[in-house]
Design a binder for this molecule. Structure first.
Ligand code: PLP
Length: 238
């Protein structure tokens, strides 16, 4: 164990079991969708859970972990280094004054939804000597409160990311409330296809959480962001 408190007895086997059943759900959906297993990666969202859980997941073979708050991300990453091959994903809403701090520790930022964030991310990554991959968060319901760029604003945002020296990885979305997720993810897939005309390397589609990962896999998701199904219900604070 690299740092932090010792996990409660049984926690690691609980996580192993939940991870196995999530991987089984993924495998079934991948088969159903006629896709290749290697085309879908699992990002385990460890927000609101301690670093000891993250370390246990890494021991269990998880290589992509996600956080949604800058402060929690920075604190957890400050505890001890992660193995070189673990990728850190930032999936939460970004504030421009916190973007530099995120860029210094994250490998992938999923939630870039306005040009204003791009400069700070690029400067943070450069200062840390890191290559940062950026996904464009797309709003699938047009509600600005929930984050995400409108599909019509994606091309300009993509160009801003690419010309800032960041790696444009693709798109991300959260399924809107009150809509069948598969229909919403189908719109994300169209946004992705249009984006790839000008940016052929932007192949990632980050979609699908605990409740809707099958729908996302059917609509081409390459990155799933799963928390609750693996770690359990989030404690509100600890
Ligand atoms: C918390 C979170 C997730 C994970 O959601 P679960 O329902 O716990 O799997 C995925 N994406 C984002 C943006 C999140 O904030």
């Amino acid at each position: 164990m690299s740092a932090g408190e010792t996990p409660a007895p049984g926690r690691e086997s609980e996580l192993a079991e939940a991870l196995a059943s999530t991987r089984a759900r993924m495998a079934a959906a991948v088969t159903d969708a006629g896709r290749e297993p290697a085309g879908v990666r699992l990002v385990v969202v460890t927000k609101n859970f301690p670093r000891s859980d993250l370390d246990a997941l890494v021991r269990l073979g998880v290589r992509d972990v996600g956080e949604n708050k800058e402060q929690e991300l920075t604190a957890k990453m400050g505890e001890a280094p992660l193995p070189e091959d673990v990728r850190v994903h930032f999936i939460g809403q970004l504030q421009s004054r916190k973007s530099g701090a995120v860029a210094r520790v994250a490998d992938v930022v999923h939630s870039v939804d306005r040009v204003k964030l791009v400069g700070a991310l690029a400067r943070g990554a450069e200062a840390a000597g890191r290559r940062l991959t950026v996904l464009l968060q797309v709003s699938l319901d047009g509600d600005p409160q929930r984050g995400g760029a409108l599909p019509a604003d994606v091309p300009a945002l993509a160009d801003a990311v690419a010309s800032a020296g960041l790696t444009l990885g693709g798109v991300m979305a959260v399924a809107p409330l009150g809509e069948e997720p598969r229909a919403a993810f189908a719109r994300l897939r169209e946004v992705s296809e249009r984006l790839r005309v000008d940016h052929p390397g932007a192949v990632e589609i980050s979609a699908g959480m605990s409740g809707d990962l099958e729908a996302a896999i059917h609509e081409g998701a390459t990155l799933l962001r799963v928390g609750t199904a693996i770690l359990g219900s989030r404690p509100s604070h600890r």
